[in-house]
Ligand binder design. Structure first.
Ligand SMILES: [Zn+2]
Length: 231
């Protein structure tokens, strides 16, 4: 038995390719983070102290900095105005810790100054959640309902588009937070050029995971469209 073009689902290959890219990206971020977690900074500030310094510098004295369990679980919660730093960032003086702390502070600054892509992304959340929940049901319904299935898949793809848009808008949000982090650490953070180089590598690796996630959602949508059109 040999495989003809019709048997190999090119949309499926696209999804698998994006998944492999995601695995490579998350492996790279783990490795880079671990590597720069072992490199200390001359300044000796902890992630928490650097975040506090950045937030205070922008007048965000109301934003709290807390410790959160887990690894790479760092995030900014705009509802409670709390910046949560993981164990390996909060009390660490490493290059990696300062990079992550500055990046998360960048998100707090984005929220405070109503950075447009953040507003757009927040508005997309309900539709994006609905769209991503409908992906698998649309796929199954499409397979089960014959000719009507094609239409179901195409409607599913349109709704899933909100999830794709969410992932695409996440890119400027993440890259802007990293740019803010690097600018601050360079201007007022007191890091050496070499230390800053390490920060950039950590943040670039983290950024790639968002690129991979955006490509994966795009691949899912393309696959659904291709399956839908074939019916
Ligand atoms: Zn981020």
């Amino acid at each position: 038995m040999y495989l003809s073009y019709g048997q190999i689902d090119p949309g499926f290959l696209l999804v698998i390719g994006a998944m492999i890219l995601g695995l490579i990206a998350s492996g790279a971020v783990q490795r880079t983070f671990t590597r720069y977690s072992r490199v200390g900074t001359r300044l000796g500030l902890t992630g928490e102290q650097m975040a506090r310094r950045i937030l205070d510098n922008y007048g965000l004295t109301n934003v709290r900095v807390e410790r959160v369990a887990g690894r790479l679980t760092d995030h900014y919660d705009p509802r409670s105005q709390t910046l949560r730093l993981s164990e390996s960032v909060y009390g660490s003086t490493s290059v990696a810790a300062l990079g992550v702390a500055a990046h998360e502070s960048g998100h707090a600054v984005q929220h405070a100054f109503k950075y447009r892509p953040v507003t757009v992304r927040n508005a997309l959340v309900p539709m994006a959640n609905l769209g991503s929940q409908l992906l698998i049901p649309a796929m199954f319904a499409g397979i089960m309902f014959g000719e009507l299935g094609g239409t179901i898949m195409l409607i599913g793809a349109v709704l899933y588009g909100a999830s794709v848009a969410f992932h695409l808008v996440t890119l400027p949000v993440e890259f802007d937070a990293s740019n803010r982090a690097v600018s601050f650490l360079q201007a007022t953070g007191g890091l050496t050029t070499e230390e800053l180089g390490g920060v950039k590598k950590v943040l670039r690796a983290a950024g790639m995971t968002y690129v991979a996630a955006a490509l994966a959602s795009l691949a899912n949508m393309i696959r659904l469209i291709m399956l839908g059109r074939r019916r």
